[in-house]
Design a protein around this ligand. Structure first.
Ligand code: SIN
Length: 537
């Protein structure tokens, strides 16, 4: 039987595992508790065509439009066409989607969707309901799920991934195992920034593992920022659906500034709203506020129970007063380049969900398409591993603009400018502030060059161009008492530093604006053309 390691317990990893169950021997690992995933946190719903008033062509068109001309049509068609079947699978797994008063599934009409197609569960707790349903299904299927186990390195032989090294964080024991295939489903890297809707585990580990193994990456400069998270520690997401229900954004004087920015005001495309909020904060130095007072206490509690509880736990009463909000890193469109079956440039390694870049989201992900992405492409990856003939044809991404870790400046190298005097020493917080200031929502060449110089300096001080995993020493099987939380943190920091360098390099290489990648020194978005893309290294 084929032996497969799945890394990650979000919707993408668990869908892959459940589809493989019974036909392959699957082990799922996660470096934290199984419920600590981006999926678990997802408040927005899951978009799919599930009513006669909707059709796949409209879902495709909406996704392509949001993607700013950069989405891969074939990936989008696969996503939208297979969405209904994957929703049926979720229901089969036990996920209870919300129903209207008439008992029919409640389908939300949300910004940038031309039809009502967004399903929710538990109001604003869709991700938690999906994660719980899939984990219960995995238990029923007898799938081995190992918590608190981190993958530190991919094992390569003759240009193929043949296994992985792991550390069991509860015992400190190092392990080295052979697998026929490894599927990365590790989610995003919101911890690159000080404000993020992602959980603390979102340190881009899968992209970093792949990068160090020389796997092709794509679209790393394309990071989506959500316009409204609470401007308080933890950056709790305040769903777009709150604005969809009528909440408005106000500047420091109480004015609705979005009216002067875009005809759709607060419901303008996500990147437009996020940049406008960031611009306000830069200009005034004060947070913007989200005013949901017109919606009423009872409605807010019933429609948005999780947000209501978080806002109130922070000591705020949003039914009576506007609450401070800030944009936050939300979703990485770029990542490990894959074909439409999760296959990467290296045989034996697959990637699904946010860690992957199929091109399905283009330069700007349509809201509520990410949970669907995990279900659709997790399922497809499993089918490819099981030998589905539909997955035939050349394996791996076919695009010509892949980037590898070799694209980074050598360290040390005379050509690398010294970081300006006063640059802080490396810390995760310093890295996050640097990325927020220069490689965040609004970018320009001087800022990106500064960021790259500082990051390269930090990498030089760390002693290597592509930071090695923190667990290189010792023999498999040997317990490492030091492999505790602090060691995991240094492993994650090394990953974040590598990814920050790759993202910044990619952002410098794309010299014009494209969707979520906004260059204030070339603000007009241009139609993507081949000369704008990174060269293959
Ligand atoms: C939201 O509810 O605003 C987030 C949904 C998403 O990003 O898909």
């Amino acid at each position: 039987m084929t032996r497969v390691l799945v890394v990650g317990t979000g919707i993408a990893g668990l869908t892959t595992a459940l589809t493989l169950a019974g036909s392959a021997q699957v082990t799922v690992v996660t470096k934290a508790a199984a419920t600590t995933s981006n999926t678990h946190r997802a408040q927005g719903g899951i978009a799919a065509v599930t009513s006669p008033e909707d059709d796949v062509a409209h879902h495709v068109a909406d996704t392509l439009t949001a993607g700013a001309g950069w989405a891969d049509r074939a990936a989008v068609e696969a996503l939208c066409a297979e969405g209904p079947a994957r929703i049926a699978d979720l229901i089969e797994a036990g996920v209870l989607f919300d129903r209207g008063d008439d008992g029919a599934p409640a389908r939300g009409l949300e910004a940038a969707h031309s039809r009502a197609r967004v399903l929710h569960a538990g109001g604003d707790a869709t991700g938690a309901a999906i994660a719980a349903g899939l984990l219960a299904a995995a238990t029923r299927a007898g799938i081995e799920v190992r918590e608190h186990v981190v993958v530190t390195e991919l094992l390569l032989e003759s240009g193929r991934v043949v296994g992985a090294e792991l550390v069991d964080l509860t015992t400190g024991r190092r392990e080295s195992h052979r697998w026929d295939a490894v599927v990365l489903a590790t989610g995003g890297a919101g911890q690159l920034y000080p404000h993020t809707s992602n959980p603390s585990v979102a340190t881009g580990d899968g992209v970093a593992l792949a990068a160090r193994a020389g796997v092709g990456l794509a679209d790393l400069e394309l990071y989506q920022f959500h316009p409204t998270t609470l401007a308080l520690p933890g950056s709790f997401l305040v769903s777009e659906a709150v604005r969809g229900e009528g909440a408005v954004l106000r500047d420091v004087t109480g004015e609705r500034f979005m009216l002067g920015v875009h005809p759709d005001a607060e419901l303008a495309p996500r990147d437009v709203v996020a940049r406008a909020v960031a611009g306000q904060m830069l200009t005034t130095g004060a947070p913007v506020t989200l005013d949901a007072t017109a919606l009423g206490e009872e409605f807010l509690r019933r429609r948005f129970p999780s947000i209501d509880a978080a806002v109130r736990a922070a000591g705020l009463d949003w039914s009576r007063e506007p609450v401070p909000v800030t944009p936050a890193a939300h979703y990485w469109m770029g990542g490990v380049a894959t074909d439409l079956w999760g296959r990467t440039t290296v045989p034996g390694l697959l990637a699904v969900g946010e860690v992957a870049c199929t091109g399905v989201h283009g330069a700007n992900r349509l809201a509520s398409n990410s949970l669907l992405e995990g279900a659709v492409f997790g399922h497809r990856a499993a089918r490819a591993l099981l030998g589905d003939p539909a997955a035939g044809g050349p394996a791996g991404p076919q695009r010509a603009d892949l980037v590898q870790v070799a694209a980074l400046p050598d360290v040390p190298a005379a050509a690398v400018p010294d970081a300006p005097a006063g640059a802080p020493a490396f810390s995760r917080a310093a890295l996050q502030e640097l990325m927020w200031a220069h490689a965040g929502l609004i970018r320009d060449e001087p800022g990106l060059a500064h960021a790259e110089a500082v990051l390269t300096r930090w990498a030089r001080e760390a002693g290597t161009a592509s930071p090695a995993p923190a667990y290189r020493t010792g023999q498999p099987g040997a317990a490492q008492p030091g492999a505790d939380r602090a060691t995991l943190t240094s492993h994650e920091d090394a990953n974040l530093l590598l990814l920050a360098r790759l993202l910044t390099r990619a952002a410098r290489a794309r010299t014009t604006s494209l969707g979520a990648h906004f260059r204030s020194d070339a603000p007009e978005s241009t139609t993507p053309s081949p000369e704008l893309v990174l060269e293959t290294h």
